[in-house]
Ligand binder design. Structure first.
Ligand code: NDP
Length: 447
């Protein structure tokens, strides 16, 4: 971590002292503070109003017990979290993650990043995030329902359509959102837009399911166009095979690329003919199975157990699985194989070393905060539709999403040009996201 500004370095040291051992969280804060050096040097007013010290400390952090009974009658206990990080520009907004790796560090890193991402969308949404160390994998529908009901029984005390609006994330898809929404409605006796990612029969928005993956490709398309290039004929590698990865694969293919590999936490498949997405959807969305099964169903496809997806030659890499899944060695392998563009669908999938290598080697890099903001942007559109009690068509939502991703790209590029180098979208996204929140915090006084 190299923060070349005494004030920002001191803020970082305080965060380190207050949050010992929280490595994901410290990594996320460090990266943002590093980018803010040129802004803070130009804006002493932001120092005197204590904006940065306030921004790194969550407004509220809630941790609670979730007790539920499994199918064998055994009592299970999980830990639930919600961080309400910053409400300067709107109600807290951010997903819920159900995964065994969930802990306070992961929730705080995600909540912190969410502040800037939501700000970049141009919509009035503050930053929040939540989840549990519960693992939906291998659980029956009834177990997932009982868990979601127990989780929401506690969470409902803290959320509301004008206060905090959670959504899905890893392990929280349409099934979980349905159970969570049902329990909120039952306890609060209120049918409202308290969650996004809802089913279409009860207030969901068309195109929300596709939004993060599609948005990632729209963002990447803007990067390509900037270089006078396009998706047509490009080889793409996408990690993960969840919601983001599937719809990134769909849109990249529609835009003329060939996606040659996808993965899950066990291994990856390589298909030189281009991934057959209908097979992936059947395995992942319908059967909740493993990516390994793809190779058994598609002639010519090869499955490899374990990591290694980034050794595959490609023009465009889209990491869409999880944090820190692409390290320095992976970045070196990608660069050696001639990758030209990397854009992040997952949150913080590239390690700081990997990002440094991409930037130093002239790889055009789209950071998560900007590149994957399409999901939350469309959640914002779902909130608008719920408030107005109407629904837009798929095409209307998709068109708005495409416009939002273009704006995010342009705003991040403009901020990068003003404060760093034009192609440094890491700095650009952090700075553009920060400035809007900082002005709002300053205007609202010391809170
Ligand atoms: P899903 O749960 O639908 O899919 C996650 C995918 O990543 C699965 O293929 C999963 O494999 C894989 N994965 C999870 N953990 C690991 C790991 N430790 N190592 C390797 N692979 C792993 O989640 P989403 O697609 O919704 O989310 C993916 C990423 O995108 C996350 O970082 C999320 O925060 C981010 N994101 C999601 C948004 C959304 O709208 N859904 C919005 C913005 C960001 P397996 O099945 O084996 O666990």
């Amino acid at each position: 971590m190299q923060i070349n500004n005494a004030y920002l370095a001191e803020v970082y040291q305080k965060v380190e002292k207050r949050n010992p051992g929280e490595k994901e969280f410290l990594q996320a804060v460090g990266e943002v503070l590093e980018s803010l050096v040129p802004v803070i040097e130009k804006r002493p007013d932001l120092v005197s109003s204590g904006v940065v010290e306030r921004l790194v400390e969550p407004e509220r952090f809630i941790q609670f017990r979730v007790a539920w009974t499994d199918d064998s009658g055994k009592v299970q206990v999980n830990r639930g979290f919600r961080v309400q990080y910053n409400s300067a520009i709107g109600p807290y907004k951010g997903g819920l993650r159900f995964h065994p790796s969930v802990c306070s560090s992961v929730i705080k890193f995600l909540g912190f990043e969410q502040i800037f991402k939501n700000s970049l969308t141009g919509l009035p949404m503050g930053g929040g995030k939540g989840g549990s160390d519960f693992d939906p994998k291998g659980k029956s529908d009834n177990e997932v329902m009982r868990f979601c009901q127990a989780f929401m029984t506690e969470l409902q005390k803290y959320i509301g359509p004008d206060t905090d609006v959670p959504a899905g994330d890893i392990g929280v898809g349409a099934r979980e959102i349905g159970f969570l929404f049902g329990q909120y409605k039952r306890i609060r006796d209120e049918f409202s837009g308290v969650l996004t990612g809802k089913g279409l029969t009860y207030g969901g928005s068309l195109a929300r399911t596709q939004a993060t993956g599609y948005g990632l490709c729209y963002f990447t398309d803007n990067m390509l166009k900037k270089k006078g290039d396009s998706f047509v004929g490009k080889k793409v590698v996408i990690s993960g095979s969840g919601n983001v990865a599937i719809y990134a694969c769909e849109k990249a293919t529609q835009l003329g690329a060939k996606v040659v590999a996808m993965s899950d936490s066990n291994g990856y498949v390589y298909d030189a003919n281009g991934i057959n997405l209908a097979v992936v959807k059947q395995i992942k969305e319908v059967e909740r199975g493993r990516i390994k099964e793809y190779a058994a169903r598609v002639p010519g496809a090869v499955y490899t157990e374990g990591k290694g997806i980034w050794n595959i030659k490609c023009d465009i890499a889209l990491p869409c699985a999880t944090q820190n899944e692409l390290n320095g060695d992976d970045a070196k392998a990608l660069i050696a194989n001639g990758v030209k563009y990397v854009a992040e669908g997952a949150n913080m999938p590239s390690t700081p070393e990997a990002i440094e290598l991409f930037l130093a080697n002239g790889i055009y890099f789209g950071p998560a905060k900007a590149a994957n903001a399409g999901g939350v942007a469309t959640s914002g559109l779902e909130m608008s539709q719920n408030s107005m009690r109407l629904s837009w068509t798929f095409e209307e939502v998709d068109e708005k999403l495409c416009g939002i991703m273009k704006n995010i790209f342009e705003n991040a590029s403009a901020a990068a040009k003003e404060y760093a180098q034009e192609d440094n979208l890491v700095a650009g996204a952090n700075i553009a996201g920060f400035l809007k929140v900082a002005e709002a915090m300053k205007a609202q006084g010391v809170l």
